[in-house]
Structure formats: C-alpha cells, structure tokens
Write a protein that binds this ligand. Structure first.
Ligand code: NDP
Ligand code: ZN
Length: 348
C-alpha cells in the first residue's frame, strides 16, 4: 500500500526480530477483503509504504534467543491475529483486543504484513503452529483468517443443537460461518448471497436454504420460510449498515446476532426499534475479531486432518510466485462472479 487508493511494490530491508519473535518466508499468501477496505476505503486511516497481507503460511528463517518450540526450517501456520499473550485483555479471554480495540491485529495494520519476501511474527511460541504434513500451504492459508473468523461467528452465535441460523453474506467468511454452524450442530442453515460459485460451496458446507437478497427483502423471505418465527441465530458476514436491520428482523426472541462483518461507513449503525422490541426483544448483538494464536490454529488444522471440513473448497484462483500477489489483490477488489478466494503459492 503506497497510500490510500494506491498499491505497488516497495523495497525494504529484511526486518529485524526481538528475542521472542520469528523471521519467516511465505509459502502461501492470500489477499483479504480487509486488505481492500484498508487500501481503497482508507479503513484504518492513511498508511505510507505499508506491506499488506495477514493471511500466510510460512517457513521459519530465524528465531529470537528466547523462542523454545519453533526452529529454523519449520513450516508454520501464521494466524492473521497475533496477540500479545501477556496482556490484561488476553488474560481476560479477549486476546484479539490486546492493548487497543482490535490490537491483536498487527499485520498490515500496525506493522508490515506478509506479502513480502520476509516477514516477522511476534511471540512465536504462542502464535505459530506447526503445519501438519497432510495439509498443503494453500489450503492451510484458508484457516488463518477465513475459517477462524467464520467459525467464531458461529461460536459467538450460541446456536442451539438442531437450531436454525441465517448467514447473511457468503463470501469466504460467510461460507466458513456456514461450516462452523454445521459443526456447532445447526439443523437448518440459510445462506444469503448470489454468487453462483458461493452458492455451490454453501451447500457443500451445510446450507439447507439459499436466499437471494436481490429477490426481495431478506428478512421477509427468512421469516416466511420459518412459518413467521424467524431464526435462532443470525451471523452477519457481508453487506452495508442496513444488513443489521435484516438481521434483527430475521431473528426470533432468544436469538444472538453474531456480527463478523466490517462496517466502514457512518458514525452510527441502524437498529430497527420495533423489531428490536423497543430495546427489550431478547435479541442480543455479539461482535468479535478473528481469534488468533497457536492453539486456535492447531484446532482448525485438526478439523482438516480429521476430515470434518475441507478448506480447499474456498480457493477458486491459484497463482504461483510472489509477483502475482498484485493480480490476486485486484481480483479480491473486483470480486468477479467466479471468485471466492485467490491464493498465491511460493516455493521454498
Ligand atoms: P465478500 O465480499 O467476498 O462477501 C460478501 C458477501 O456479502 C457476498 O456473498 C455478498 O453477496 C453478500 N452481500 C452483499 N450485500 C448483501 C446484502 N445486502 N444482504 C446479504 N448479503 C449481502 O467478503 P468476505 O467474505 O471476504 O468478507 C466479509 C466481511 O468480513 C468483510 O466485511 C470483511 O472485511 C470482514 N472480515 C471480518 C473479520 C473479523 O475478524 N471480524 C476478518 C476477516 C474479514 P454476493 O453473493 O451477491 O456477492
Ligand atoms: Zn483477512
């Protein structure tokens, strides 16, 4: 990111590391909708010559003097969110919010990201997970943000076993939420979106009903399909501010509206007063940033190893060589109809 609205290449020194950190080379990297928000919407404010990228699998080049469990040559899963584990927020169980709100998000935010020949990871022992031999770097790259965020959407929604859930938005994040909802035991899963390629994967991941927000009011379609009741939980994974209106109108009493979407505009967000029971409807809104850290990544990898989910279904475009990251990023910006997620593979 050269500045807001402009990307290009920049030459930098190999970054230095602290005693608890690791220096890495990427084996696979993926651009994210968040990179698009960062560059073209100025989501985190102005940045100059910031290296983008927070979704990566890497090979360890060097480790700091205090690192015990990670060594040079290890192939590792690098979470998008790399918390400072000794902080108060982490100790209270909110590791993604260390220091400042969203403070666990360091890559391509408060430091250079992974779309580079070399990048670093803080607190390597606690943030990096060893990449199992049975998972390819490209597939594993789908765990670090997409699965972790989407699954969190389902976890935060507290979906009852056999309950119903609506997932609003079926990009890579929403699709991951659908798989998460299935793994959490949801019986009926509504997928809301239109991209044909996403509709195919949403069914493979467990969606039972497909709703197009272009075919009329989303909440009316969901309420009608549930006999006037609404769903037990809603996960928001796309759309603009008005998606909150759809979510609250689609939810029944006792529901959780779990937001994993990024809202980039306006000072306030809309809540429909009447359908929110004048503030007394027992419809709770839960928010969260992608969980990071080693244990989280190990658990997500186990879901692949023990065949409870297949991350490769999210990958629609594969490139070879770091130089192709620019094309992959522009694909993410332009979102052609056949795109879910591009990934760039780099030989070590
Ligand atoms: P995509 O742009 O790929 O997907 C967005 C989805 O939302 C598409 O399926 C789109 O439909 C759908 N959509 C658009 N408008 C509406 C609407 N009015 N009603 C219902 N659905 C709608 O995004 P990603 O999946 O990559 O990311 C989703 C969001 O998650 C982004 O805002 C991203 O920044 C955020 N994010 C949040 C993280 C967190 O930690 N909380 C981490 C990573 C990402 P269609 O099928 O028609 O295209
Ligand atoms: Zn991301």
């Amino acid at each position: 990111m050269k500045r807001i609205g402009e990307v290009g290449w920049v030459e930098k020194d190999i970054p230095s590391i602290g005693p608890m950190d690791a220096l890495l080379k990427p084996l696979a990297i993926a651009p994210c909708t968040s990179d698009v928000h960062t560059v073209w919407e100025g989501a985190i404010g102005e940045r100059h010559d910031l290296i983008l990228g927070h979704e990566a699998i890497g090979v360890v080049e060097k480790v700091g003097s205090m690192v015990k469990t990670i060594k040079p040559g290890d192939r590792v899963i690098v979470p998008a969110i790399t918390p400072d584990w000794g902080t108060d927020a982490a100790q209270r169980g909110f590791s993604s919010q260390t220091g400042t709100p969203l403070g666990g998000w360091k890559y391509s935010n408060e430091k250079d990201g992974s779309m580079a020949e070399y990048f670093t990871c803080n607190e390597a022992d606690f943030n990096l997970a060893i990449l199992p031999d049975d998972i390819s770097p490209a597939d594993a790259c789908m765990l670090v943000d997409m699965w972790s965020t989407g699954f969190m959407g389902a976890e935060n929604a507290s979906i009852p076993l056999g309950g119903s859930v609506a997932v609003l938005g079926i990009g890579a994040v929403g699709l991951s939420a659908i798989l998460g909802a299935k793994l959490q035991g949801a019986a009926r899963i509504f997928a809301v979106g239109t991209r044909p390629v996403s509709i195919i994967v949403s069914k493979e991941y467990g969606a039972t009903d497909i709703i197009s927000y272009k075919d009329g009011d989303t909440s009316e379609q969901i309420v009608e399909a549930t006999g006037g009741e609404g769903v037990d939980a809603v996960i928001i994974a796309g759309g603009g501010p008005d998606i909150l209106i759809d979510a609250i109108k689609s939810a029944r009493a006792g529901s959780i509206i779990s937001n994993i979407n990024y809202f980039g505009q306006g000072d306030t967000l809309p809540i429909p007063r009447v359908e929110w029971g004048f503030g007394m409807a027992d419809k709770d809104i839960h928010t969260g940033l992608c969980p990071g850290g080693r244990t989280r990544m190990e658990r997500l990898a186990d879901i692949v190893t023990y065949k409870k989910g297949d991350p490769s279904k999210l990958i629609t475009h594969k490139f070879n060589g770091l130089e192709n990251i620019e094309e992959a990023l522009f694909l993410m910006k332009d979102k052609p109809k056949d795109l879910i997620k591009p990934v760039v593979i780099i030989d070590d």
